[in-house]
Design a protein around this ligand. Sequence first.
Ligand SMILES: [Zn+2]
Ligand SMILES: [Zn+2]
Length: 390
Amino acid sequence: MRALCWTGAGRVAVRQVPDPELRNGHDAIVRVRLSATCGGDLPLLAGRAPYLADGDVLGHEFLGEVVAVGPQVHRHRVGDRVVVSSTVACGSCWQCRSGAPWCCDNGNLVPEASELAYGQAVPGAFGRPTAAGGFAGGHAEYVRVPYADVGAFGIPDEVSDERALFAADAAPAGWLAAELGGVHPGAVVAVWGAGAVGQLTARAASLLGADRVIIMDPQEDRLRMARRHTDAETVDPRHPDIPAELRERTGGRGPDICVEAVGPARDGRPRSLAERLTGAAERPPAVHEAMHSCRKGGTVVVLGEFTGQVDAFPLGAVGAKGLRVRGARQHGAGQVPTLLERMARDELRTEHLATHRLPLEEGARGYALFRDRRDGCVRAVFSPDLPPAG
Ligand SMILES: [Zn+2]
Ligand SMILES: [Zn+2]
């Protein structure tokens, strides 16, 4: 089959790779109809994250049609249209049974890498380095989906592919951020980043009853899109002092919940081996601004996929301001069914985020548009069914 593979720092290419096969009773094979770029792909693409190997198949977010199921798959039949959670969770470990599939103990076949980096294995995910426990991703004709009853979800007929696609990753990430942040009726929520995850965090906050949502982004076209598709207010990206502006708009108190949805730097610079081994050094300005802006006793949620260490983290603010800091990188499957229901009721619309639709063969161009945010690109979406141009 054809698949979009990482082929070295900054490079991707479509290659022929073996078709995936059922390996155990809980697996399904899905024929991909659409897959999307994800902000978490960019550090991988640039070679800034360890463990990625030449030939690893990218694609964190995808949907398609079931073409084969193992004997222990009960919720899906061949022919079903399904969206697949980007995080791989088993559904039966202590974490999954406690309602935290994003902390699953079993979804990662190579736990050593994340044990070394974080002290414990994190779940596997599609389109992430296989040497770190990731699974071949969705920028391909077919994908093997482990624990298919847990991670794949039938799509209601009234929800289009372009809408349902975002139930794989961006919408659950935004929803979980709003939940972990404790969004409640009357809350004031500030979101850094008006990409897909930021916009869907803003929308989730509104649906959960936030009184006001304020979204920030350096790019005016993304802010326009956020104003059109969410209830959020925006801040002029040229404003010299964002925390002061947020205090000003909240009676001097600061937002109750501040969500970082920007992620690591996008400069595309490959990291040296020394930098990778020592884990130096992201300095994410949005995290700093969120910590400075948040009201005393408020909650800061960090969504960006930071793989290494972060310099100059304002830890003092956690104690001095009594902040809660939450993270939600591996959102898991918990939110997907209710998000699909909301999509079917037209409460949650996501198709505007798929700004560019391209054949798989144009993966390199799609990722360049996405990385550089050219031509208004929010998410590039690939379809193996579209014929290559030319
Ligand atoms: Zn993602
Ligand atoms: Zn589990």
